[in-house]
Design a protein around this ligand. Structure first.
Ligand SMILES: Nc1ncnc2c1ncn2[C@@H]1O[C@H](COP(=O)(O)OP(=O)(O)OP(=O)(O)O)[C@@H](O)[C@H]1O
Ligand SMILES: [Mg+2]
Length: 234
């Protein structure tokens, strides 16, 4: 079943279009990886899905509902959570407080959800009262993901979760991404680490210069000679 569709999206920050008629589809339970060179428009795509940018053309649909142009505070209530590429945690607050910020729109008792999120990230669970600014890059990224999961989203948008991490930590973050997906959360993940992102993807999209270049199963894109040469470094 199609869960989320961004269809025929044209959008920009000024009068200049950055994305040109881009379409990305996410089915229930899928990891969809979006790869492409710097400046391709990957972050712009996620910002548009999350309502930070309003598309000039095209539609964003969640299940059967048109959510195009809704503001982020409405989108998040529809079940889409977003982890931005930068500044995705509150460094002066503790781990626990960051998680509580993630739950800020919940009026119900979220203590069980908090436990589930800490179960997913035991390393954070041991340090609940520590300020996030003192954590390592990998742990901060886990805080950012945990915060986004507090609302129990249907879809998680992850912008470059492995960026800036030491190679030894990258695989740990991707393991967490897979664990989150195994709990039934669909996701769009944008990654520089394209090979790894395609390995775990059910479906992958290649963007370049603001346009769809190619999409296929992760496996097929990995096996594609041209994708390998142009986007996976040989
Ligand atoms: N806030 C902004 N205002 C104006 N132009 C922007 C803004 N953010 C991004 N752009 C431009 O939009 C284009 C696409 O940027 P975007 O950040 O979506 O690319 P990306 O694929 O995420 O790249 P990267 O791999 O470097 O993160 C670039 O040309 C960039 O300069
Ligand atoms: Mg980006």
């Amino acid at each position: 079943m199609i869960l989320l569709k961004a269809e025929d999206i044209t959008v920009g920050y000024t009068e200049i279009d950055i994305l040109h008629n881009v379409t990305v589809t996410v089915r229930s339970g899928e990891i969809v990886s979006v790869i492409g060179p710097n400046g391709a428009g990957k972050s712009t795509l996620l910002k548009t899905v999350f309502g930070i940018l309003k598309p000039r053309n095209g539609n964003v649909t969640l299940k059967d509902e048109d959510i195009t142009g809704l503001r982020p505070d409405r989108i998040v209530r529809k079940g889409i959570s977003y982890v931005p590429q930068v500044e995705n945690v509150f460094p002066s607050m503790t781990i626990q407080e960051n998680m509580e910020m993630g739950a800020f729109i919940r009026n119900d008792d979220y203590s069980q959800r908090l436990e589930e999120v800490f179960d997913l990230f035991p390393v954070l669970s041991e340090r609940k009262k520590q300020k996030v600014g003192h954590l390592s890059g990998g742990q901060r990224q886990m805080v950012a993901m945990g915060r986004a999961l507090m609302l129990d989203p249907q879809v998680l948008l992850l912008d470059e979760p492995s960026a800036g991490l030491a190679p030894v930590l990258v695989s740990g973050i991707f393991e967490k991404v897979k664990e989150i997906n195994a709990t039934g959360v669909a996701m769009i993940i944008v990654e520089q680490n394209a090979k790894e992102a395609l390995k775990m993807a059910h479906h992958g999209y290649v963007l370049a210069m603001g346009k769809n270049v190619l999409d296929d199963t992760g496996e097929a894109l990995l096996a594609n000679e041209e994708v390998g040469r142009l986007y996976l470094g040989g």
